[in-house]
Write a protein that binds this ligand. Sequence first.
Ligand SMILES: [Zn+2]
Ligand SMILES: [Zn+2]
Length: 360
Amino acid sequence: MTLTLNTDQMKAQMKAMMFHQPGVVHYESVPKPTPGPGEIIVKIGTALTCGTDLKCFKRGHPVLLKNFPSPFGHEFSGTVDATGEGVTQFQPGDRVVAANSAPCFDCFYCQKAQFNLCEQLDLLNGAYADFMKVPAQIVAVNTHKIPESLPFELAAFTEPLAVSLRGIEHCKIKPGDQVAVMGLGPIGLLMVRLAVMQGAIVTAYARNPLKRSLAETFGGANTVIDLSQYPNFFEDPTACLPKTLENRGFDVVIEAIGLPESWQAAVQLVRKGGLVNWFGGCPSGSQVQLDTRRIHYDEITLISLFHHTPAHVKHAVDLLSSGELNPSPLISERFAMPQLLEAFQLLEAGKAIKVALTPP
Ligand SMILES: [Zn+2]
Ligand SMILES: [Zn+2]
């Protein structure tokens, strides 16, 4: 039996990477989304890989991936393809970037201006596709036009940059501060760069040679420490403190690895009166051990930050649009969308920071 589709039905299909179960993602035909009231459809220009996507691919995700097969991917920018009823600020053809969530401005946390903790933060997924529907609240709050001069692949850094901007802001770095960044994934590298832009003297820690070299060339780190030379780093992190600190420790330590042992090491690396930013999320249920004497009598400030707010999203778009921050060195490869699994393999092997994927 042959199935015949009329032209309307043919037009209404698109290709997307769909997550079926951990380790199983297929590039398949799915219905092209249509915009409801307040929504827009974005024709994907570029989608970027993210460590979260790789984690989801390997283990699944209780919140991000719910109904299977599930759309996938959350860092993207592109062109408005269609707009729903009531959308006046965007027209088809506009080049845009959208964040992966938007606060409701109504719940308990939003009323306290803790927008990143909004109870309605539905995280958006589906950027590894030809088209993507952006929900009304994200269209209204967290979608921005981008200039012709900004390539899609750089605009797609808006989300990780927004998270990093909020992370760095809470570190309250002053010019001349000694700052450590542990872990140099995309977020760690952005944190190095942002700390340097704030006038900090930055020491970056990582094993991977690609990441270490980017900490210098992209980040502008003053010192880069090769952790493969310090196999006992997590037990005794102070063994490789830069000499200039005279054993005092850093003013600010930013942990961007997301392991309990590195959260603990971060506390050992900070000076009396300093601040530790636990920025890497650890596996849920994991625990850390801290010396209460150290925290109390040395007055260590401990903070841990999650996600972004609309102000940080806007700030990220502005920094990227003006070219003040150009993250293109963090794009290690450019692939066609169907090569997503190849991209994940490179990330897994530590041979890429980010891979830019383009619909064919
Ligand atoms: Zn991401
Ligand atoms: Zn809310």
